[in-house]
Design a protein. Structure first.
Length: 678
């Protein structure tokens, strides 16, 4: 816009001037004076790279308008351009300013210029007003030198952690050739050739540091502050137990904090018998992980050392001591309790010990093996103890104890013989064995005494026991009771009948006697009664038996049954005569149906007396049916051929029968004759 407008003015003015010059060229010079440069301010010297300030002012000269033109109105009498150009030492050029931002009169401006190389610079200034008239160029020279370096690297405060490695590069303008720094913290140094500061921030604190860069034209500097923050590390590592027994484990706890973060932990165990044992490093997020540890170098004092290291290798060590006691021995004994009998042995086993065993106790047990066979001779309560002594890595164990009850020994008593069968009145000798404290005899047999043998008499039949035991005493309990069973049978009775057999005639009686019995007799067969004898009347012919036995009673058993056979024959014919031995008593005449008795008992011939008649209901052979109607004694001797004065002429009157009663002559023997008896 300005260029177009100015160009039009310039073009129109130029045409006018050309026209005027054609006609009034000499006058034109008098009418209008070119613009004047009022000033041009600039340094005569400058530094490469450093900006300089320049300024210039100019004014347009007024015309007297003598040519009849108005050369002063509008923008004709204003400064439109202060055209400033520079020419560098290398021949290059450039424009610093051209058209002014406003057209005023006078007109001025200020500008900045930075020379880029050393040498002589030329500033060329041309002025133009609005007519337009030019003046210039006005030339000025300036010498530009290479500048002393300027510090171009950051001068911000440096904040470091303790022991942090750090490097800083000093950079400067104007081609520094050397560098330096002052006030650096310890452990930092500068390479003066390249300006690199390096080191480690070992010493916390605040430091005022100045950087320097130099060249042939001088030294540039800049100051800043370095701060080294001290590391803050806490190490409170610990162990799970201050004391433990050998063989058990514990947990190691690395613990702590660091203001610059925890990089790793180093874990070491110092044992009683050797140097440190590294447990390994733990890094990063695992740095504080617990560690399980079981001491393996014997009892004693162990030290757990933890080095906690931060991210700049600052560290703090912490140690914790713990005591490892000898390992416990837990000794057991089996069986844990037992009962034995006096005189027996019991076997015991120990377990859990590491250093052998020591046996003891009131039992008198001794030895150092893991097993022990202990004898218990006497009754009582005893202890068996065992422990494992201290040694090596082990403390003395507990003392295991077992109680043993010693009971009295048993006595197993036996008896001989164990059983017998004998007869009443016999004796048996018994022998006891197996007892230790003598014997006590007893039983239903009435046996007594305390010897080893015992003779027992059994008077009565029955079943009896003989018992024996050995009483308690000393180390022996009461024995069992041994029993023998004795069966006592009754004594035998051997009964016989006299006569052992008989032959009689019908109508006669026969007396039988028993012998060999001890409890009386029981007659049977055709015999009756319980006496020593029985008289049997035989009314009929035939074969008969008379039996007898003695019943059981007292010490006797029932006897045998004796049997006497009897043959009964028909009567002897009349006229025959026969003597018959009659044992005490009477005889009867069956034919006469009369009973006679002997009138006296004397040797020789006996007088018979008639007693009475049988009743009509008489049963042959049963004298108990005899009637005794008064004792009608005949008082005379029977004559041959008659039974009494009532003799019948019966065909059977020759049959007379003998009968024996229990009264009469008390067993006297008489002979009967002179009558018709058998």
């Amino acid at each position: 816009m300005f260029f177009s407008r100015h160009f039009r003015f310039w073009f129109a003015g130029t045409l006018a001037l050309l026209a005027a010059a054609s006609f009034t060229g000499s006058i034109r010079a008098d009418l209008v004076t070119p613009p004047s440069l009022d000033y041009f301010n600039y340094p005569s010297t400058a530094i490469v790279g450093q900006a300089i300030g320049i300024s210039a002012g100019a004014h347009a000269n007024y015309s007297d308008n003598s040519d009849g033109n108005d050369w002063n109105s509008g923008t004709r009498a204003t400064i439109l351009r202060i055209w400033i150009q520079y020419y560098a030492p290398d021949g290059s050029s450039g424009t610093i300013n051209d058209w002014m931002p406003s057209f005023v009169n006078p007109n001025s401006g200020s500008w900045s210029f930075t020379p880029s190389m050393a040498g002589s610079y030329t500033f060329s200034i041309t002025l133009m007003d609005g007519r337009p008239w030019y003046s210039g160029p006005y030339n000025y020279s300036m010498t530009v030198q290479t500048a002393q370096p300027g510090i171009t690297s950051s001068t911000a405060a440096v904040n470091l952690a303790q022991n942090q490695g750090y490097s800083y590069q000093i950079s400067g303008s104007n081609n520094p050739t050397s560098y330096n720094a002052t006030g650096l913290p310890p452990s930092f140094s500068i390479n003066q050739s390249n300006g690199v500061i390096s080191g480690s921030s070992t010493s916390p604190g605040s430091y005022n540091v100045t950087y320097y860069a130099s060249n042939g034209n001088g030294t540039g500097s800049a100051s800043t502050t370095w701060t080294i923050v001290a590391a803050s590390i806490s190490n409170n590592s610990s162990v799970s137990a201050g004391s433990l027994t050998y063989g058990s484990g514990l947990v190691l706890y690395p613990s702590g904090s660091a203001n610059f973060g925890i990089a790793w932990t180093e874990n070491v165990i110092f044992t009683p018998s050797s140097g440190g044992i590294a447990l390994g490093n733990q890094y990063g997020g695992n740095a504080l992980n617990p560690i399980s540890y079981t001491p393996s170098n014997g009892p004693g004092t162990y030290i757990y050392l933890v080095r906690l290291v931060d991210n700049y290798s600052n560290f703090v060590d912490h140690s914790t001591a713990f005591t490892v006691s000898p390992a416990l021995q837990s000794v057991g004994i089996s069986p844990v309790g037992t009962s034995v009998t006096a005189g027996q042995y019991a076997s015991f086993s120990a377990s859990g010990g590491q250093n052998g065993y020591v046996w003891g106790g009131s039992s008198g047990a001794a030895g150092n093996n893991s097993t022990n066979n202990v004898g218990f001779p006497n009754v009582g309560t005893y202890s068996v103890t065992v422990y494992s002594p201290a040694g090596g890595n082990y403390a003395q164990s507990n003392t295991a104890n077992v109680t043993v009850t010693v009971n009295p020994a048993g006595q197993n008593v036996s008896i001989s013989p164990t059983g017998m069968t004998i007869n009443a009145g016999q004796a048996i000798s018994f022998t006891a064995s197996g007892g230790q404290n003598g014997y006590g005899w007893g039983g239903t047999s009435g046996a007594g005494g305390n010897g080893t043998t015992n003779s027992v008499t059994f008077s009565s039949p029955g079943t009896y026991t003989v018992t024996v035991y050995s009483p308690s005493g000393g180390n022996y309990s009461q024995s069992n009771t041994a029993t023998a069973t004795v069966t006592v049978n009754p004594l035998g009775q051997n009964v016989a009948i006299t006569p052992a057999s008989a032959s009689v005639n019908v109508g006669q009686s026969q007396t039988f006697s028993g012998n060999g019995g001890n409890n009386g007799y029981i007659w049977g067969g055709v015999g009756t009664g319980t006496g020593v004898s029985t008289t049997v009347f035989f009314p009929n012919a035939g074969t008969f038996n008379v039996s007898a036995y003695s019943p059981a009673g007292g010490t006797y058993g029932q006897s045998n049954t004796a049997i006497a056979p009897i043959t009964v024959s028909k009567a002897t014919p009349i006229g025959s005569e026969r003597r018959i031995r009659v044992l005490r008593g009477r005889f009867e005449c069956y034919v006469c149906e009369s009973l006679f008795r002997i009138s006296h008992c004397s040797s020789g011939w006996n007088q018979l007396h008639h007693i009475g008649k049988w009743d009509t209901g008489w049963n042959s052979g049963d004298p108990r049916h005899l009637q005794r109607p008064g004792r009608n004694r005949l008082g005379r001797e029977l004559q041959r051929g008659e039974c009494n004065n009532h003799v019948h002429n019966s065909a059977d009157r020759t049959h007379c029968h003998e009968w024996i009663d229990d009264d009469g002559c008390g067993g006297a023997s008489v002979e009967l004759s002179g009558h018709r008896s058998v």
